[in-house]
Design a protein around this ligand. Structure first.
Ligand SMILES: [Fe+2]
Length: 183
């Protein structure tokens, strides 16, 4: 599925704008991480874009979360098993079997923090610095919903030092910023 079709697929399946914006932010981060790891940018982007596809449908049904997304993708004829595995992996630990499926966990966490940071900056995502993001990471009352361990544990999990991870993720967010009102 190409990126334009994938974005349309997302628009057809999510109900809330905030969910769509979250998916696009994680898409951006995953594309930047793929570039960093010399992996497939398009496929990693799809994993980011689809990971919470069923969020507005499954709500707090965590066991079902991710599985509904994969069901919709299969029904649409989508066949990339690794991408679907990564979608499941963001919620269910046993699917965290390769670099893409482990990366999505961290991309999800950092994208939440970066978007929250961008929203309180006059220049939004432009010119965002690693040091200021790290300050916000330490501030527990800022964006309390962000699971900070997903950011702090990144090096042990996918081998990229946290500062570098934040820097790469910022470039990823900046790439999609115009699409989510953060440019
Ligand atoms: Fe997410």
């Amino acid at each position: 599925m190409d990126r334009t079709l994938a974005r349309g697929f997302v628009a057809d399946h999510v109900q809330k704008d905030i969910t769509e914006r979250h998916l696009i932010s994680v898409e951006g981060v995953m594309r930047a991480l793929a570039r960093y790891f010399d992996e497939d940018v398009e496929r990693w982007g799809l994993a980011g874009l689809f990971h919470d596809l069923d969020q507005d449908e499954t709500h707090d049904d965590l066991e079902h979360h991710g599985r509904q997304s994969v069901e919709w993708l299969r029904e649409a004829g989508f066949e990339d098993e690794e991408v679907m595995n990564a979608v499941l992996a963001h919620m269910h630990e046993r699917y965290r079997t390769d670099l893409m499926s482990r990366s999505i966990v961290h991309a999800d966490g950092v994208a939440g923090l970066l978007v929250a940071c961008a929203l309180v900056r006059p220049d939004k995502a432009a010119g965002m610095k690693v040091s200021s993001v790290k300050k916000k990471l330490k501030e527990k009352s800022f964006a309390p919903g962000v699971e900070r361990d997903k950011i702090r544990d990144v090096e042990g999990s996918i081998g990229i030092p946290m500062d570098e991870f934040i820097a790469v993720s910022i470039t990823g967010l900046q790439e999609v910023a115009p699409d989510i009102g953060l440019a």
